[in-house]
Design a protein around this ligand. Structure first.
Ligand code: TPP
Length: 370
């Protein structure tokens, strides 16, 4: 819903730059990163079952299209607050699977160097804040970054993810309200995966959270969260709008958490037919079919990408398992940020959507091989 003339003008400007279609290479990369997320999480679950992960294990199985589609939109100077179902966003920013797997095992080569043995990590040099476990406080952190971008007149965007359960917490309303008042350059990505732990949607809210966006003065859009290109297009429009001064957008992605809340949860509370219905909408299988049916990929090519990524993840697992436990001395290092430490540009093992041509104000993403 448009609320002011400024947002109408911003939407017009967005339309001018948002027409750039995805290339064949972009589509291959969207597929690659979804497969990489699934393969990495499956590998991590195996490590957990082998007793190599000291804590619990959480994943985003079935939700790959959301973090991959949304993160794909951003440029190196944008910033992200990523949560526990969003490994795809870390991978797109350039966290490699070996660092992710080593992190779960508390190893020296993990993202946090063994300081944290779970998914509460972020690599600030790649533009991602370390995860705050209290939900949904990352929305407030992202809001703060967006406020800084706006205050400094930088054409940068903050993006944050959260589940629908988090929207019942007061902190979420504070983030939405403040972002709306100041028209901050922020994209809120809501992952409605039907359950907050064992609580189903009908016991979570009387009004769907996407409906609330307009009461804070900005648009709420609903997308199929199992369709990576639908998520990408919604996130692209939202990020371009934010960059053009049009303020926040709330994107609600409809999906399903296909595994338990954590590896310890047997999901007995999920009706079997419901799970089976969502399995038929698997985002990776759907996209594999679409690449062949609509985008001129040969079936062998799609399977080639799948096996290439799976063997890359397997190599990464070998590196992670070989990583040593951290030196106890390291516990005292890196606790405080060095104020003058230069931030690196986000980069990823495979080339990304060509950001430079979209008028988003970011430098083009550097293209590097794996
Ligand atoms: C303030 C707060 N209360 C409780 C928890 C424990 N907790 C972690 S994840 C989770 C479920 C959150 O559900 P939702 O926001 O829908 O995200 P999902 O896990 O389904 O992706 C809970 C209750 C927490 N991390 N923070």
């Amino acid at each position: 819903m448009e609320t002011t003339d400024a947002s109408v003008v911003a939407r017009e400007r967005v339309r001018e730059v948002a027409e750039q279609p995805l290339t064949r290479e972009d589509r291959a990369n969207l597929f690659r990163y979804m497969v990489m997320m699934r393969a990495s999480e499956e590998r991590a679950l195996t490590l957990y079952k082998q007793g190599k992960v000291p804590g619990s294990f959480y994943d985003g199985c079935g939700q790959e299209a959301i973090s991959v589609g949304a993160a794909f939109v951003l440029g190196p100077m944008d910033r992200m607050c990523i949560l526990h179902r969003d490994l795809g966003a870390h991978l797109i920013r350039g966290v490699t699977p070996d660092r992710y797997l080593a992190n779960f095992m508390g190893r020296a080569d993990g993202v946090t160097g063994g300081k944290e043995g779970n998914m509460h990590f972020g690599d600030r040099k790649l533009g991602c804040v370390g995860m705050v476990s209290m939900l949904p406080d990352m929305a407030l952190v992202a809001m703060g970054m967006a406020l800084a971008f706006k205050t400094r007149r930088e054409r940068r965007v903050a993006m944050t993810f959260f589940g629908e359960g988090s929207t019942a917490n007061g902190q979420w309303h504070e983030a939405m309200n403040f972002a709306g008042i100041h028209r901050l350059p922020i994209v809120f990505v809501l992952e409605n995966n039907r359950f907050a732990y064992s609580t189903p949607n009908e016991l979570e809210f009387a009004v769907d959270p996407v409906e609330r966006a307009h009461t804070y003065g900005f648009a709420g859009v609903n997308v199929d969260g199992n369709d990576v290109e639908a998520v990408f297009e919604a996130a692209r429009a939202a990020a371009d709008l934010a960059r053009a001064g049009g303020g926040p957008t709330l994107i609600e992605c409809q999906t399903m958490r296909m595994h338990g809340h954590g590896a310890h949860d047997d999901m007995r509370y999920v009706p079997t037919e419901m799970h089976a219905e969502w399995a038929r909408r698997d985002p990776i299988e759907r996209y594999a079919e679409r690449l062949v049916a609509d985008h001129g990929f040969a079936p062998d090519e799609v399977e080639g990408i799948r096996s290439e990524v799976r063997s890359y993840v397997e190599d990464c697992a070998g590196k992670a398992v070989a990583s040593p436990m951290p030196d106890p001395e390291a516990a005292a290092t890196g606790v405080f940020a060095d104020a003058f430490e230069p931030l690196g540009d986000g980069h990823a093992p495979w080339s990304l959507w060509s950001q430079g041509q979209s008028g988003n104000g970011n430098a083009p993403m550097e293209r590097r091989p794996a």
